[in-house]
Ligand binder design. Structure first.
Ligand code: 6PG
Length: 257
């Protein structure tokens, strides 16, 4: 059962847009964020959004916190979550929370109790994953066992095809029950917390922001190659009853046919 936006809107569609520069990509991402936030607040009085990590979303978040865009959203109606997080403290330079705090929510009036940090530094991670899933359900007002339906889940993609912290050939790829899972990433020798495909694919809208020539080969494999989700976890993203937006910067999209 999905909670959140009415699950009856069968819009499982995919959009793909290519932008000439990273700046144009960021501006388009910010515009979609505002459009979805405005609709969600008008329809349900709140906007439930999971932010992605890495570097690509930073420019977009900064645009949202700057005139003229900053005045177009009632920030008091937003609930911020993270689609993944590194196992580091919130003030670590690797922290996705810190990136979003510096780029966005240090500059806008999201109520602190509506900023739902993913505390991936807290061990044991399996318990932390369960606690974060419970926090998500509480924020949505959902019952145990329900699958919350985010208004928007933001994602990036690594140059080997990972998304969130769903890395190739890692355990969380096959977690079909949890909403949030711990995930050890051997290639990084790092522990992560991540949304599972189950939670991502329950969302009403999912936005991939992808930039950089280094991603061109893997993006072509993800979008146009055979389905190999253990090799290219980004292929696991397919909202069951929602819209998947591929926002691509030209250099990243250069190998697409
Ligand atoms: C993370 C991210 C990750 C990111 C990709 C792309 O915690 O690293 O959530 O999934 O989106 O690695 O990162 P860049 O935007 O820095 O290329």
């Amino acid at each position: 059962m999905c909670i959140g936006r009415s699950a009856g809107r069968h819009r499982d569609s995919v959009t793909r847009q290519i932008f000439a520069t990273p700046e144009a990509l960021a501006a388009a991402g910010a515009e979609l964020f505002i459009r979805l936030a405005t609709t969600a607040v008008a329809e349900r009085g709140r906007f439930m959004v999971a932010l992605s990590g890495g570097s690509t979303p930073k420019t977009m978040l900064g645009l949202l916190a700057t005139e003229p865009l900053v005045g177009t959203i009632d920030w008091t109606k937003l609930h911020l979550f993270w689609s993944d997080e590194r196992a580091v403290p919130p003030d670590d330079e690797q922290s996705n929370y810190r990136m979003a705090r510096e780029a966005l929510f240090n500059r806008v009036a999201v109520p602190p109790e509506q900023i739902h940090r993913m505390p991936a530094e807290r061990l044991p991670l399996l318990l932390t994953a369960e606690e974060y899933a419970a926090e998500i359900r509480r924020a949505f007002g959902g019952r145990r066992g329900s699958t919350p339906r985010f208004d928007l889940v933001m994602l990036g993609m690594g140059d080997e095809g990972h998304t969130a912290s769903l890395f190739p050939d890692t355990e969380a790829l096959d977690d079909h029950h949890r909403l949030v899972a711990p995930n050890y990433v051997p290639k990084l020798d790092a522990h992560r917390l991540t949304f599972t495909p189950k939670l991502i694919n329950a969302a009403a809208d999912v936005l991939f922001l992808i930039a950089g020539a280094a991603k061109a080969d893997v993006l072509q494999a993800v979008l146009e190659g055979p389905r190999q989700p253990h090799r290219y976890p980004a292929q696991l993203v397919a909202p069951e009853n929602g819209t998947l937006h591929w926002y691509l910067e030209a250099a990243a999209a250069a190998k697409l046919h």
